[in-house]
Ligand binder design. Structure first.
Ligand code: GCO
Ligand code: MN
Ligand code: MN
Length: 388
């Protein structure tokens, strides 16, 4: 039996706001007490966690004076040092305060856009001071319920201005951030701009310094929209844009659940882990989820351990999948090779096109062949169910 105990080298990370979640929802008050950031970091260290991520206001309340801020940062740095946990990602809270009720960078009000940018610059200073290499932009409030404000085109342009501004600031200050945009289709806004991975990829291509920007896709976000998260991540990897990832789980068509990784869609979770491992994704495995509102603090740590344990179990299943002779034989038969035709269609030359046009295909025969996917999928399920 493999050892499923996490080690820092597994690169698991959690947001302060994830294990720190107090179990509040739109219908009910908190069910848990807030935990100190220092306490969280020490606990994460004990659990074998590699890193922690934070919004500015997870550590420093929005009303804190500069002196208070510095005291808090000092205490937090001490906890990081003691626990060996490092800050792997920083971000700005541009959604909680009422000032952001109609968006931050995309707000129709120029004063609010400028304030959002100012808050972000201070938050980038904080992240840099704590050593964060990655800076995330989740545009939770960058959206609308009412489009009669005719703001969509302006919003996209303002979003771009903000991204161009922060990229220059990062370089000017020598922070060296890599920026990761996190798409989400809806919640808290009725419709959020840049709703899915593909939209964010398209937007990044329009920025002044696209090389500094990538994606922070989240399992629950694509899943809420009924889309295939594994496909979305594959597209980000293909584009060289998987800068960070938010792991959790979600039932389609529900509110934003932020379930424990692997709690719901086990086959997708397996295929995702396999994709990340097979492509040697070098980044952290960041859990952006929280314990159910039914839980006390003990349940919170069970939740955190569960996320990591499931990842490690699925990683072991991925190795088993690769070693399974029957599965591999089906895969080999599925991926039919033809060196001659394969070469012909790989790259256009006039000659290749002519040869291809002159070739006679057994269209009917090819159409009659089965793919073998029923057996492959069944064996995959049996492997996941533990009988292979
Ligand atoms: C959500 C988002 C957020 C972001 C976080 C960091 O659905 O609320 O996933 O948790 O990931 O703000 O950017
Ligand atoms: Mn989310
Ligand atoms: Mn997220």
């Amino acid at each position: 039996m493999a050892n499923y105990t996490p080690k820092p080298s597994d690169k698991f990370t959690f947001g302060l706001w994830t294990v720190g979640n107090i179990g509040r929802d739109p219908f009910g008050s908190p069910t848990r007490k807030p935990l100190d950031p220092e306490y969280i970091v020490r606990k994460l260290g004990e659990l074998g966690v590699y890193g922690v991520s934070l919004h500015d206001n997870d550590l420093v309340p929005i009303e804190a004076t500069p002196a208070e801020r510095n005291r808090m940062v000092k205490r937090f740095k001490k906890a990081l040092e003691d626990s060996g946990v490092r800050v792997t990602m920083a971000t700005t809270n541009l959604f909680a305060d009422p000032v952001f009720k109609d968006g931050a960078f995309t707000n129709a009000n120029a004063k609010i856009r400028a304030y959002a940018l100012q808050k972000t610059l201070y938050s980038m200073d904080l992240g840099a001071e704590l050593g964060a290499p990655t800076y995330v932009f989740w545009g939770g409030r960058e959206g609308a319920e009412v489009d009669a404000g005719m703001n969509t085109l302006d919003a996209i342009a303002h979003y771009r201005e903000a991204m161009n501004f922060v990229a220059e600031y990062s370089q000017d200050q020598g922070y060296g951030y890599r920026f990761a945009i996190e798409p989400k289709p809806n919640e808290p806004r009725g419709d959020i701009y840049l709703p899915v991975v593909g939209a964010a990829l398209g937007f990044i291509a329009t920025l002044d310094k696209p090389e500094l920007f990538g994606l922070n896709p989240e399992f629950a976000h694509e899943t809420m929209a009924g889309l295939n998260f594994v496909h979305a991540v594959a597209q980000a990897i293909d584009a060289g844009k998987l800068f960070h990832i938010d792991l959790n789980d979600q039932k389609m068509g529900r509110f934003d659940q932020d379930l424990r990784f692997g709690a719901e869609n086990i086959k997708e979770a397996f295929l995702l882990v396999k994709l990340l491992e097979d492509s040697n994704y070098p980044g952290v495995r960041h859990f952006d989820a929280h314990a159910l509102r039914t839980e006390d603090e003990a349940g919170v740590w069970e939740f955190a351990k569960g996320c990591m344990r499931t990842y490690l179990i699925l990683k072991e299943k991925a190795t088993r999948f690769d070693k399974d002779k029957e599965i591999q034989a089906i895969l080999k038969a599925y991926k039919v090779q033809d060196s001659g035709l394969g070469k012909l269609s790989k790259k256009y030359t006039r000659k290749n096109a002519e040869t291809l046009k002159a070739h006679t295909f057994d269209r009917v025969g090819l159409g009659e062949q089965g793919a073998g996917l029923e057996r492959l999928d069944q064996l995959t399920m049996e492997l996941l169910l533990g009988v292979r």
